[in-house]
Design a protein around this ligand. Structure first.
Ligand code: MG
Length: 161
């Protein structure tokens, strides 16, 4: 097997009194995502895609929300722990593609900064693609009750010399 594929999905509610963190970037907005950690929905979807490709279950098994250690946790740090596991298992990120669903604020102008922050975990910046979409006013995301994110990744086996 030369490659593995992984898929991740996450969603969080939008509430008042929280910072909005997406892809490790703080975005000015009147509300933020609710969660045990910093609730970075994009990081969580990407982390779950990597965990899926590793065959290691899901993000909740690695960073349980019942564990006080992860309260308010920086999700870039959690992602970095999983990227370490990727290389420990002799793999590297071949490609990562993610979609954030958010009705507001418009986040397209923050995507390059998100890619920079995500690459600080060791994923090469040139192998990350992020897309931002609205839900066209439909459903819970369309009513700005929350945000969601999807991610797929390809992990390649690092060839042994
Ligand atoms: Mg989450």
């Amino acid at each position: 097997m030369n490659s593995r594929i992984g898929h991740g999905y996450d969603s969080h509610r939008l509430v008042e009194g929280r910072k909005l963190i997406l892809g490790g970037v703080e975005i000015p907005f009147e509300k933020g995502l609710m969660g045990h950690s910093d609730a970075d929905v994009l990081c969580h979807a990407i982390t779950d895609a990597l965990i899926g490709a590793l065959g290691l279950g899901d993000i909740g098994m690695h960073f349980p929300d019942t564990d006080p250690a992860w309260k308010g946790a920086d999700s870039i740090y959690l992602l970095g722990k999983i990227v370490e596991k990727v290389s420990d298992m002799g793999l590297k990120v071949g490609w990562l593609d993610a979609t954030v669903l958010a009705e507001q604020p418009r986040i397209a102008s923050y995507i390059n900064r998100m890619k920079e922050r995500l690459s600080s975990t060791g994923i090469p910046q040139g192998r990350i693609n992020i897309k931002a979409k609205t839900a066209e006013g439909m459903g819970p995301v369309g009513r700005s009750e929350g945000m969601a994110a999807y991610a797929v990744c390809l992990l390649d086996v690092i060839p042994l010399n």
